[in-house]
Design a protein around this ligand. Sequence first.
Ligand code: GLU
Length: 553
Amino acid sequence: MTDREKLAELLFGNIDKTPEYYESLYPQRELKEGARVTRFAPSPTGFLHFGNLFTCLVSYRTAKSTDGVFFVRVEDTDQKRKVEGAIEVMLKGLSLYGIVPDEGVVAEGEEKGDYAPYYQSARKEIYQSYAKRLVTEGLAYPCFMTEEELENVRASQENESVKGIWGSYAKYRDIDFEEAKRRIENGEQWTLRLRSPGTPEGKCFFDDMIKGKIEMPENMQDVVLLKSDGIPTYHFAHAIDDHLMRTTHVVRGDEWIASAPIHLQLFKVLGFKAPKYAHVAPIMKEENGGKRKLSKRKDPEMAVTYYDEQGFPRETVIEYMMTLANSNFEDWRRTNESEPVEKFPFNLKKMSVSGALFDMVKLTDVSKNVISKMPAEKVFRLSYGWAKEYCPKLAELYEQDTDRATAILNIDRENKKPRKDIAKWSDIPDYISYMYGESFTPCYELTGNATPALAVKVLEKYIDTVNLDDDKDAWFARIKELCPQVGCTPNVKEYKATPEAFEGHVGDVSTIIRVALTGRTNTPDLYSITALLGEETVKQRLGSALRHYKEEI
Ligand code: GLU
């Protein structure tokens, strides 16, 4: 046995499996040409927020748009920071937004797939097997530096450009077997460090799928691979996992770019082909003329729960995230109105390099579009679900008569040009308020040529003629017939030609009726509203309005 082999045995005597064993246990995937394997690798320390949902969606779509595989790996090597239930919450969140992993951790404690285990905490032996090999090859060594020594190095490096353990700071780089043995027998703690092959002149080049060509100084630090408890660092664990799980594209937040030279070096010393990297810039927000990252602390919209609370449908959030991800998504949507979002040819190269801007106005518009295309039954079902949780008053209104509620939501819907009044379920109570006695607040303000005096004339006549059995044509014919009787014309063109000849036109007459029935000058289809209000309410509201205008003149 060589000294290095003896050292490896000393450090990892319990490890009997070799990297070759794992290489054959986790073979290359058999996928079609061009299929991408991506993953989401959460640490179970936090909850899902808009930022990581977005990165995850990018990773997911990268796999799905190439018929590849998307898996979830839990990076739980830091057991101290583990939050109970975090993974369950995260996976539920993902599935609500249409992200269902093909493999990996599919529910807390439940794994699926041939590359298991997908919890890093269950892969200690795998990491150590590769660590052992690196020691044998002289590419890693045990470092016995104490906390105090490390602290001294940190303090002395304040003005140096290259920090960390390298060059002369790497005290144990060339430690021999005998000394290591003596120290271990002495009970000294050690970490395993990379024996970095980097040089001060060396450069690291890579072609990031999002950021493009990147050149950075190569890594020179003897970074820690295994901590003193034998648990790997993120650097080491992800290199081995992404290799053995046959990840082709590592999609992750761009805060990891700074560590990419370490990672690429690790892939090299381990003899692995490096995956492609796609570093996703954080979502930004405009503030005081500048830009800043969307923040968990300052921005309610960073919490994924915000969208549920406000009543933005999940489809909206997905659709909106796609507009943030690929700027050509909106053009595609315009020409593919009813295609499912999955059909969009998602492209990592079209992502924003510096970070897409979150824009509430845009989100609202996207949502209006999404909701306008939903059938009434779906709007009812989703908004009822929301109301039960966040707006009991709306739920109670709905429950008076669910068919009527659905019919109300169906006004000006399910046609070629549906109205876009609703951006989120919390808009509905106001949107339908006049359809219910409980929430109707009269307002008799008029616009255009509609004056209180004209209103009195119109309403006196209309109360007697309105007939709830009319179909839409008959209903409108009646309003037109009423026009000449109150000095108006049913023909807007005629009015425009000789306005002095009339008190108003059919639009003004309709406004008077609309305001009386709804308290608003702008509503969806008045015929449908009239029909759904029912005779009694219609007569009573027309009567109240008439009394009001009589008093006003
Ligand atoms: N566990 C790392 C994190 O949560 C994952 C980074 C990666 O995707 O590689 O930040």
